[in-house]
Write a protein that binds this ligand. Structure first.
Ligand code: GLC
Ligand code: GLC
Length: 811
């Protein structure tokens, strides 16, 4: 069953009912100011950091699920309704929500009154713009009351929903004309406030929630709206809101538009006030002046659309498969931007309070983002490196506002350091910019303790070399990529964090996954050493890599697949000797991607075992058989009921590792078949099972052991976005940035005849035409660049004109 459709021309997903299986959301904002918006206009806004600078409140885990947003109430005689259906849930005569790239629109109607709400954050300013157009489609004059509504958060989202003894007494606002200023805590240490403004004279306002709704009512049924009269309440403590009241008269066929602005404003410390306790409104006035007319707002929206068109023009493929084109050209790249911006901080499943930017997460997000805006990728790499510890280990997460390590989750996830090499190398391959390696980065954000980025990478590499266990494999620490494989934790106390309990590193628990990761990205580190003329170091590192490969093939091989780990007692995890958890996906994917076992059959055996034991129609499960009981020695992984999350769920993040591995062994048909299984665009028809947005990857899909097999969970913020984009663009379509240039090496389904791709790379536009006359899965027969035959599969960036014609023949 479907709940909408893709509009590829406008790059939108069109939702045709407000009652989607879950809220289907979109992201507004591209750099500092962000909003989350659902298909019923639910969601919230924040500036830079969803925990520390939250503008509006959202109630997670509520009933109904999606509660609070930017709501507009239209009172047309006795009918009170919202363009986005929520919160009144008044049945609408028509409803349509379009989620586009950085904007969402809602068009609905009731009793011949039409409302169109457009929500977006302009590229240049810290404000969410809501343009609401009302049209009278009836033959009579309509006299309406329009009410707006947002509920302010008292800035620190965590404190806001826990510290009620204080917070019920701190809320403050000012109301001047049509602008509501939310200034809680401004009198003391804050130098920022929020505004909620409308570009019309108002007929009333409310800023106190309980007065607006009535103490026993809710936003679904507010007294002020029902009676058609604002109370002009001025919030003192309790829950400050912003609500405007506008009386509207519309002749038949007449339209009127209202521009609402929800913005963030900041003053210099010494310019905070214009009179005693009266906030300096200069930045607000400046902001309002920029977005007061339809023309200004329409221009800003057009700028946003142009911005996205230009970003997406950097990679555009034309295959015979419409769904593939749509995923690669629009939605997957869009999600890569979202995951780059948010890491794992704010979604409908990440509260914005728990996690900030993940060291490994953000490093991996770069893999799918770096081609879009390399300069922002560069900044991010440096931000991440700045939090690294002197010994090469890493904070697991850091706070986006302060950019310092987050102590709550601590450190000791021993895969973390290596991902910094992955992210940095992706950046260099894309740009050829080796100067990033000279950038001075701090250790643990201490400005008196710095070293070059290259030195940081060296410490990442050496951290693994110096932290090995009895089998010569890397110590796992608190966990590796699988946050839930906690082999040193041994927690028997309810509520203890699996990630911070017990010693951060036991003496023996080892990870075969980190071993594979070390081989894969260690090789890239060696390339950097060679490039910098560090030949001796390169040779020494190669030896370390060989030693690691030896350890993997000797101790990390179970006979038909790679073992996953050795626990704190040196017993294998992910081996046929285990009763449950006999085979895991991660070590198969990472070791084959690292090209381990290509020459001795191990790689092929591992992939066959994955197919035989882990594959399902909805993707590859993380492990099998699922753990049916809690295992003290394994930790969080065994805390989940079978089929969910890391306990044998289909973890979408690592499915592309297997897709990628299949291309490495030349299986284009199998790779593409797997690629489609977790791709939401291909699942649009089974949304009643899948449930999450058909235009965004989710973190996991319930595995076959779960009663809800096939159900997607935790959409949007997942490494799946970056890994899937890297896999489809570089390994299937085979257009792969490499240190020395653009490498072309496709691995495709054999029934494809041809495809075309435009790829902007290091300032040039490559028009790539791939032909497959012999219907092979892999193998490049010839490459011509501007008509000249090439002798390798790498196109040297100095070759050709600014627009380069590339003809590739497979065979
Ligand atoms: C989540 C985390 C990621 C981790 C994965 C597996 O997606 O954000 O860091 O690798 O879970 O546990
Ligand atoms: C990962 C896992 C999740 C776990 C979390 C702990 O995100 O997916 O199950 O709770 O890590 O940080």
């Amino acid at each position: 069953m479907k709940y909408g459709f893709f509009d590829d021309i406008n790059k939108e997903y069109v939702i045709t009912t407000p009652k989607t299986p879950l809220p289907w959301i979109n992201y507004l904002g591209s750099k500092d100011f962000f909003g989350i918006i659902s298909n019923t206009a639910g969601g919230y806004d924040f500036y830079k950091d969803a925990k520390l600078l939250r503008l509006t409140r959202y109630r997670y885990n509520n009933c109904p699920y999606d509660s609070n947003g930017r709501y507009y109430y239209i009172k047309d005689n006795e009918n009170v309704w919202n363009p986005g259906w929520q919160p009144t849930q008044t049945p609408l005569d028509s409803y349509e929500c379009r989620h586009g790239l950085g904007y969402s629109t809602f068009e609905s109607s009731k009793n011949n009154l039409r409302a169109k709400l457009t929500a977006f954050v302009p590229i240049k300013d810290n404000v969410e713009i809501n343009k609401l157009e009302l049209t009278n489609d009836s033959e009579n004059v309509k006299t309406l009351d329009l009410f707006s509504y947002v509920e302010f958060c008292l800035w620190n989202a965590e404190d806001d929903c826990t510290n009620f003894q204080r917070n019920f007494s701190t809320g403050e606002v000012e109301i001047i004309g049509s602008t509501i200023y939310h200034k809680t805590e401004y009198r003391e240490r804050r130098n920022h406030y929020a505004i909620y403004h409308v570009n019309h004279e108002i007929d009333g306002f409310d800023t106190d929630r309980a007065t607006f709704t009535g103490f026993y009512n809710s936003p679904a049924n507010p007294d002020a709206v029902n009676e058609g009269i604002s109370r002009n309440s001025v919030a003192h403590g309790w829950s400050p809101i912003g609500s405007h009241h506008l009386k509207v008269t519309l002749q038949p066929n007449e339209s009127v538009s209202f521009i609402f602005l929800l913005g963030y404003c900041e003053n210099k410390q010494e310019e905070k006030f214009e009179a005693l306790n009266v906030i300096n409104k200069a930045p607000a006035k400046e902001l309002i002046a920029k977005y007061s007319t339809d023309e200004q707002v329409d221009t800003a929206l057009k700028e946003l659309k142009d911005y996205w068109n230009s970003l997406l023009s950097k990679f555009n493929v034309e295959t015979g498969n419409e769904k593939l084109n749509r995923s690669v050209n629009i939605w997957n790249q869009y999600q890569c931007m979202v995951t780059f911006n948010m890491s794992r901080s704010a979604s409908y499943y990440e509260s914005g309070m728990g996690r900030g930017m993940g060291f490994r997460d953000s490093s991996q997000d770069l893999l799918g983002f770096v081609h879009l805006i390399p300069s922002r990728a560069r900044e991010r790499i440096i931000d991440i490196a700045n939090t690294q510890f002197e010994d090469g280990s890493a904070y697991h997460q850091y706070q986006p506002l302060t950019k310092t390590g987050n102590l709550n989750v601590g450190s000791g996830f021993n895969d973390d350091p290596l991902w910094l090499i992955a992210g940095t190398c992706a950046y260099i391959k894309e740009t050829g910019d080796y100067t990033i390696l000279d950038e001075e980065c701090t250790f643990n954000s201490d400005s008196t303790n710095k070293a070059s980025l290259f030195e940081h990478l060296r410490r990442s590499f050496n951290y693994t070399v110096t932290h090995k266990g009895p089998h010569g494999l890397p110590l796992i620490g608190r966990a590796d990529w699988n946050d839930c494989l906690n082999l040193n934790c041994f927690s028997d106390t309810p509520g203890e964090s699996f990630q911070t309990t017990g010693p951060s590193s036991g003496p023996v628990a080892e990870s075969v996954f980190i071993a594979g990761l070390f081989v894969k990205y260690g090789k890239e580190y060696v390339t950097l050493c060679n490039e910098l003329g560090l030949d001796e170091e390169a040779t020494a590192c190669e030896k370390e890599i060989d030693t690691m490969i030896e350890a993997i093939t000797t101790h990390g091989w179970d006979g038909k697949w790679f073992i996953r780990a050795f626990d704190a007692n040196s017993n294998p995890v992910g081996s046929h000797v285990n009763e449950e958890g006999q085979i895991f996906i991660e070590s198969q994917g990472m070791c084959v991607m690292a090209e381990i076992g290509l020459d001795n059959g191990m790689a092929l055996d591992a992939l066959n075992s994955v197919k035989e034991k882990l594959d399902t129609k909805y993707g590859i499960m993380l492990q099998q058989p699922a753990y049916s009981t809690y295992h003290l020695e394994l930790g969080e992984i065994s805390s989940y009921p079978p089929g969910y999350k890391e306990n044998a769920g289909i973890f979408c993040h690592n499915n592309p590792w297997i897709v990628c591995s299949e291309t490495i062994v030349g299986h284009g048909n199998r790779a593409f078949e797997l690629y489609k299984k977790t791709n939401p665009v291909f699942l649009e028809d089974i949304e009643d099972i899948h449930r999450t947005e058909p235009y965004a990857f989710c973190q996991m899909v319930a595995g076959k052991d779960a009663p809800s097999f096939g159900e997607g969970k935790n959409s949007w913020l997942t490494g799946t976005a970056a890994w899937t984009f890297a896999t489809i663009s570089q390994f299937i379509l085979g257009i792969k940035p490499d240190f020395k240039g653009l490498r072309i090496d496709p691995c495709i389904p054999s029934d494809w005849d041809k495809y075309d791709c435009v790829r902007v790379f290091r300032g040039k536009t490559y028009n790539i035409h791939v032909l497959n006359p012999e219907h092979v899965e892999k193998g490049v027969k010839s490459i011509k660049v501007n008509g000249t035959l090439l002798s390798s599969t790498i196109i040297d960036p100095v070759l050709g004109t600014n627009t380069v014609e590339v003809e590739v023949v497979l065979g």
